[in-house]
Write a protein that binds this ligand. Structure first.
Ligand code: 9MR
Length: 392
């Protein structure tokens, strides 16, 4: 069932103008490295000159907190339960923990009838013992479902499964969650569905209203948690990201207009270090549009993918740090942005080594701490972005 179009003409015009200025930025950038070494990113000269100095070693969680912001990271059970040094560094730097995988359907539900909360509970306790907030990821997604799902769930029982899942999981953690990603990655204009909705068993079985239903059920069982719609692919000045921004705004406007209990947009923010089509103005406008709906913004899965950068780690770190700074200066300028979470804390434990490894097999360096838990320039970039951010 498609819902009404609510995006204003003014909004579309603003997006169009921003596109033109974005092209100017990219074309105007100078390349100072030989083309064969660095082929496609535009900001290297600026990055080499940039100053990433920060004063002191105050952890990121405290720097963020002094601006009324929350900083934290995704952590997983295998890493945090087995690595004492990592655990210690995690608790020092992070004011919020989100389980990377432990609360997803495929981990929580080995069979249709069993919920296994053991790993999620361990992480919840770890957060509590270290005075960290805890957040849930995620209740509804179209991917990484358990094997049994396809065999068992159908049009007749889908609503029962959705409602039961959300109710059971949110009640289990009631009072412990800062926020929940209620629906994850529900938009994908490439799939060709009305309103840009992503292919999903939930869309097939329940129609577009599955999203609203999910929020209403979550609010009933955990009325205090911040309820978040989480989405990726919103940052760049590309037709694909533009289509997503438009579709996400439309979805958020629709949900708000129906009085749905939704409180924030989660922007994943997996940055590609080599991508040139970053348009600060356009991103800033999108953030204002989200904020004007009365929603908060959480940066939920920030990291900088260095897969296509040159091999030299010093240069790579500098470019990665520049990408962190460019992005954070825009998103933290918007006062509706309340939190920044990186998707991992140390290069020792990152999904990027599995999903976006380098052709030269060098260790990937996307996160604030290196594999030995030492701060890299990316840490400085995040720290200085918090230091410069306006107070909430
Ligand atoms: O980092 C996560 C990786 O360990 C998992 O194998 C994968 C599938 O569950 O999910 C990764 O996290 C994703 C997150 O849940 C949603 N947004 C994209 C993240 C990176 O792929």
């Amino acid at each position: 069932m498609a819902y009404k179009r609510l995006i204003s003409r003014r909004h579309i015009m603003r997006l169009g103008l921003a596109t033109l200025s974005g092209i100017g930025v990219v074309l105007g950038a100078k390349k100072i490295y030989p083309r064969q070494q660095i082929s496609s990113f535009s900001n290297q000269e600026k990055n080499l000159r940039r100053d990433f100095t920060v004063s002191g070693k105050t952890p990121l969680r405290n720097r963020a907190a002094s601006k009324g912001l929350i900083y934290g990271a995704a952590g997983n059970y295998p890493a945090l339960s087995s690595d004492e040094a990592f655990k210690k560094r995690f608790a020092q730097e992070c004011g919020i923990l989100v389980p990377e995988n432990e609360l997803k359907w495929d981990t929580l539900r080995p069979t249709p009838y069993i919920f296994d909360f053991s790993k999620g509970d361990w992480l919840a306790q770890f957060a509590q013992r270290n005075n960290m907030l805890f957040r849930g990821h995620n209740l509804v997604w179209n991917q990484f479902m358990p094997e049994w799902f396809k065999e068992v769930v159908n049009r007749q029982n889908a609503e029962k499964f959705l409602v039961e899942h959300i109710t059971t999981v949110t009640k289990h953690y009631v009072g412990q969650m800062h926020s929940w990603d209620v629906v994850n990655e529900g938009i994908d204009p490439n799939h060709g569905n009305p309103d840009g909705l992503a292919n999903s068993p939930w869309l097939d079985f329940l129609g577009a209203d599955y999203i609203e239903l999910a929020f209403r059920v979550a609010a009933q069982s955990d009325p205090k948690a911040l309820l978040v719609y989480n989405e990726g692919g919103l940052k760049y000045d590309t037709p694909e990201h533009e289509a997503r921004r438009t579709a996400v705004l439309k979805l958020l406007e629709h949900l708000k207009s129906r009085g749905t209990p939704i409180h924030a947009l989660g922007m994943e923010s997996h940055i590609l270090a080599h991508e040139t089509r970053f348009n600060p103005k356009k991103l800033r406008t999108f953030l204002s549009d989200v904020a004007s709906l009365g929603l908060k913004i959480m940066i939920t899965e920030l990291d900088v993918i260095d897969q296509k950068l040159p091999a030299d780690p010093t240069l790579r770190d500098r470019i990665v740090a520049g990408a962190y700074q460019d992005f954070l200066s825009v998103v933290l300028d918007e006062k509706a942005t309340i939190a920044v979470l990186t998707w991992g804390l140390s290069d020792r434990y990152t999904w990027i080594s599995r999903f976006n490894s380098r052709s030269d097999a060098a260790t990937v360096r996307p996160l604030p701490l290196d594999s030995d838990f030492k701060p890299k320039l990316g840490w400085n970039a995040i720290a200085s972005s918090f230091d410069k951010a306006p107070k909430r």
